[in-house]
Design a protein around this ligand. Structure first.
Ligand code: LLP
Length: 423
């Protein structure tokens, strides 16, 4: 669903603005986001979860933490799921109220914890007994009571890329369910800790509902057991992970059809599942989507530097590199790539690669692609999540600018870095 990023005739548009004009004006590589696409994805989620009016959405900042995007998402009524002091800082600065912020993460530093406690954020999600003890000590030292949830590991296979799977018992995340009861009891008995509830996040880019069903069932049983033991669970945070489609994001007769089928989560089935299994009396449910809200809103515009023929292969070398968008280098993730202007001259098989000195610096391998030449613009699609947020200045490449489009209006929401920024 990228209805705000589409071709009109043979020209790619982001909302009402021509991608080619944006690239001309702001240079490449360039991240461009559609604010109305974000609004639509948020609305799709809210509508699907209308069956659970009390459910809260906490946007996972790690997907995209540009301050202007955060302000927009906050204006839609979400809270914020953070994983570092830096993300708490950004959330507060973008107007999220402290009570609407949660802090997760397997290795919080004392600085992260102190900041979370002193800012009185909604909940700190602890992932081990050791961490619980540190939170309790720091809360005491600061003269506060910290609200704490426990992240449990439901030992569920999320059927996603192994690098973004988190809910198996061999993963580093959370406390295994067989010992989680002990940790909760410890928390419930601490003076400077208020036990709030349970958290679970089984992985990212999940496109199959079954792992969610399994996790929900385990969490339900655990929450009910705690209730029977006299420890009320007032909040269940079911994490993020709802996947999006990366193939055929844009369909056009002049673009190759991307053959491999992709599953996607039926949101109303997910809503029903969570309503059936996780609406417990006096217990609030929250979810923490990141990718689902922002992925399809972002494109990375990049210009073709060279065509290079070598050993029977054609390389299209573009001016964006793995430092700007790492997902292909890290997870071999598939992103549709389209020329910004379609000419209708058939397809050829190419590798689309960046300028960085690494073989993994590529965006597409042996891909059917309309012929392009030096100077042409192409767009890498569905990069709104984990695009800029994973970027670096590796090879001393200044990071790209970010632009936010709202109908006919575009504005710079992060300046392109300069050489001076590298110093
Ligand atoms: N909550 C927790 C505790 C998480 O660890 C994550 C993602 C989320 C929520 C949001 O998950 P989402 O709804 O975005 O799937 N860099 C990888 C994704 C890593 C996800 C890490 N945790 C990628 O580019 O695919």
């Amino acid at each position: 669903m990228t209805d705000q990023i589409k071709f009109d005739g043979n020209q790619l548009y982001i909302e009402n603005l021509k991608a080619a004009d944006l690239a001309e004006k702001y240079g490449t590589p360039l991240y461009v986001y559609s604010s109305n696409q974000i609004t639509r994805k948020h609305r799709a989620l809210r509508n699907a979860f209308a069956v659970m009016p009390g459910m809260r959405i906490l946007y996972a900042l790690k997907a995209n933490s540009n301050g202007e995007i955060l302000k927009h998402i906050r204006s839609l009524g979400t809270g914020a799921d953070t994983v570092s002091g830096g993300e708490i800082f950004l959330a507060l600065r973008s107007g999220f109220s402290p009570g609407s912020i949660s802090l997760a993460g397997v290795g919080k530093s004392d600085r992260d914890i102190d900041f979370a406690i002193s800012q009185e954020i909604g909940v700190i999600i602890v992932e081990s007994e050791g961490e619980l003890e540190v939170v309790s000590r720091r809360a005491k030292a600061l003269g506060k009571v910290a609200r704490v949830s426990l992240r449990v590991n439901p030992d569920v296979d999320a059927h996603t890329h192994p690098h973004i799977s988190t809910g198996l018992k061999e993963n580093k995340f959370g406390v295994n369910l067989d010992c989680a009861g002990g940790t909760v009891k410890l928390a419930a008995g601490m003076k400077n800790v208020e036990f709030v509830g349970i958290h679970s996040h089984i992985g990212s880019q999940i496109t199959d509902i079954e792992p969610f069903a399994e996790a929900a069932e385990s969490i339900r049983e655990f929450a009910l057991k705690l209730g029977r033991d006299g420890i009320p669970v007032r909040q269940i945070d079911f994490g993020g992970g709802i996947g999006v489609r990366y193939r055929n994001a844009i369909k056009h007769e002049l673009l190759p059809h991307e053959k491999q089928e992709e599953n996607s989560i039926d949101l109303s089935a997910l809503a029903k599942l969570l309503k059936d299994r996780l609406s417990l009396p006096d217990c609030e449910l929250t979810i923490e989507p990141g990718r689902f809200i922002v992925a399809e809103a972002g494109v990375l515009l990049t210009r073709v530097l060279y065509r290079k023929e070598s050993s029977g292969r054609t390389f299209v070398v573009v001016d964006a590199g793995m430092n700007d968008m790492m997902r292909h280098a890290l997870y071999s993730a598939y992103h549709q790539i389209v020329p910004v202007e379609l000419s209708g001259s058939g397809f050829e098989t190419v590798d689309v690669v960046g300028p960085v000195c690494e073989t993994t610096d590529s965006f597409a391998v042996q891909r059917q692609f309309p012929p392009v030449k030096r100077g042409d613009l192409v767009a890498i699609l569905t990069v709104g999540a984990y695009g800029y947020s994973l970027s670096s200045s590796y090879n001393s490449r200044p990071k790209p600018a970010e632009i936010l489009v709202d109908r006919d209006y575009a504005r710079v929401i992060r300046d392109r870095e300069t050489y001076e920024d590298l110093v």
